[in-house]
Design a protein around this ligand. Structure first.
Ligand code: URA
Length: 423
């Protein structure tokens, strides 16, 4: 087969055959297709799109590039959640042990953050001793003993995506629904979950800024999951404003623990419980304990403590804090009508909570505490944000970003927390 024929076929708007897709993904993974050729093909896909058959086959080919874990022999059904990423999105932390406490096993492979949204592994790594790297056998042991595991994806899972995502990142070809959907789903299918709930974020802090694009991404991913025999549903949820009141690694982890202790912000609790119910239903556990009850009666917290300890973490250890803090005061009196997720994410990133390049370290204690949420009354001069950073010279730029990111007594048009359900 000739790679130029494949590029030209897609450039001219033709549907690629299964043989072309299998060949090009495999040849690229082996290094037999050059980066510039794959980059031309992905750009053609950005412009021409893919049919359902193409996107399903593309995902299959990426899945076939590596190993696929299989936990179907475990006594509990497996189920997982994937979020397309948002600001203050710490939901995986309380959700995974809560679902385990209700009877399912959760094999959650997570990533580190790049850009303005945080990564679940960065948050967990603020716990002294906790480690992200597990072998497949280590995952299996924890799924059997605890029912919950959150760890890094090993390099053997969907290696084609690892390579392709790095290429897309530097060639302006990330923004393509078939490429995003196949990238996410190849990794999720490789982790061996029996069912999957997708949390597709919508709004300024998300990949998908509007609900119609998010709905198309959700439908594409649900179709891929279904084509691969994995019961998949998607919720479209709001990311116009951050989730909860803490943004930053250790700050978010502490907030997640509050939720596990039966408290925490309303939106984080509501989304945790809603997604947990969806996961249990997708796993076929219709008579399971209700997740809200697991948060109230302490069983979700017990599962959290066992999950953390099983990966070397001390659940009782104090979390790291930033060396410096600065309070930002509200400039006006009235109702807070806008608190922009992207601005808060960017501010947290400037404070050191995120990384600019993959190899950078994050500052675990850095971030932003929100003292008001949209809809709350505020008075001029009251604390609106607390900024946390190790270096005080970071404060001014973060405060400048935040000053543009909120509005008092403007138009108030919040998205509902759960916007839609697909599947
Ligand atoms: N996340 C992924 O894993 N892949 C994409 O293509 C985009 C977001």
């Amino acid at each position: 087969m000739d790679v130029i024929d494949v590029i030209v076929a897609k450039r001219d708007g033709h549907e690629l055959t299964a043989e072309q897709i299998d060949w090009v993904v495999d040849a690229y993974t082996r290094g037999a297709v050059a980066e510039e050729q794959m980059s031309a093909l992905t750009m053609a896909i950005v412009w021409r799109g893919m049919t359902r058959a193409e996107v399903s086959r593309w995902t299959e080919a990426m899945l076939a590039s590596g190993e696929r874990l299989d936990f179907s022999d475990l006594p509990r059904p497996t189920t997982d959640k994937h979020s397309t990423g948002g600001v203050g999105d710490k939901i995986t932390l309380p959700l995974t042990p809560t679902v385990a406490a209700c009877g399912a096993a959760v094999p959650q492979l997570s990533g580190r953050g790049l850009g303005h949204t945080g990564g679940t592994l960065d948050k967990l790594e603020s716990i002294p001793g906790w480690r992200a790297d597990l072998t497949p056998a280590g995952m299996r042991d924890r799924l059997r003993d605890v029912g919950a595991v959150i760890c890094a994806a090993g390099s053997g899972l969907a290696p084609a995506d690892r390579r392709l995502y790095a290429l897309r990142d530097v060639t302006g070809t990330v923004e393509s629904i078939p490429l995003i959907a196949s990238s996410i789903m190849s990794k999720k299918l490789a982790e061996g979950t029996g069912s999957l709930v997708l949390d597709v974020k919508v709004g300024s802090g998300a990949f998908m800024k509007d609900a119609s694009a998010a709905r198309e991404l959700a439908r594409t991913m649900v179709a891929i999951g279904t084509d691969h025999g994995v019961r998949t549903v998607a919720l479209l949820t709001a990311m116009d404003t951050p989730l909860g009141r803490q943004v930053g690694n250790a700050l978010e982890l502490a907030e997640a623990v509050e939720v596990l202790a039966g408290g925490g912000p309303e939106d984080v609790v509501e989304l945790t419980v809603t997604l947990a119910r969806e996961m249990l239903a997708a796993a076929g556990l219709t008579a399971a304990k209700d997740p809200a009850e697991a948060l109230r009666d302490g069983t979700a917290m017990d599962a959290w403590r066992r999950m953390v300890a099983a990966q070397g973490g001390d659940p009782d250890a104090p979390l790291p804090t930033a060396r410096e803090r600065r309070t930002v005061l509200a400039a006006a009196t009235g109702t807070l009508t806008r608190l922009d997720a992207h601005a808060v994410g960017l501010a947290a990133w400037r404070l050191g909570a995120g990384r600019a390049r993959k190899e950078d370290a994050v500052a675990p204690g850095a971030g932003v505490t929100l003292h008001a949420k949209p809809g709350d009354p505020v008075r001029a001069g009251q604390p609106l944000f607390t900024l946390h950073a190790d270096e005080p010279e970071r404060f001014d730029r973060a405060a400048q970003v935040l000053a543009q990111g909120y509005e008092v007594d403007g138009e108030y048009d919040p998205l509902p927390l759960v916007i839609d359900r697909v599947g």
